[in-house]
Design a protein. Structure first.
Length: 54
């Protein structure tokens, strides 16, 4: 979830701009790029689940 600022998420060449309070899901192993294309601070909350216990 983006808490402040604006960032561009690029997955498979498709660009999506996230703004305050926007969120996205990125699948495991998916190639992605995240860019802050402004001079402003960008803050995001990242949630990564633990793998299931065996």
């Amino acid at each position: 979830m983006l808490l402040e600022g604006e960032m561009t998420v690029i997955i498979d060449g498709k660009e999506t701009v996230l703004r305050r309070m926007d969120s996205c899901t990125i699948a495991p192993g998916e190639v992605r790029k995240i860019e802050n294309r402004s001079n402003d601070t960008c803050k995001m909350l990242v949630v990564i689940p633990y793998p299931p216990e065996v």
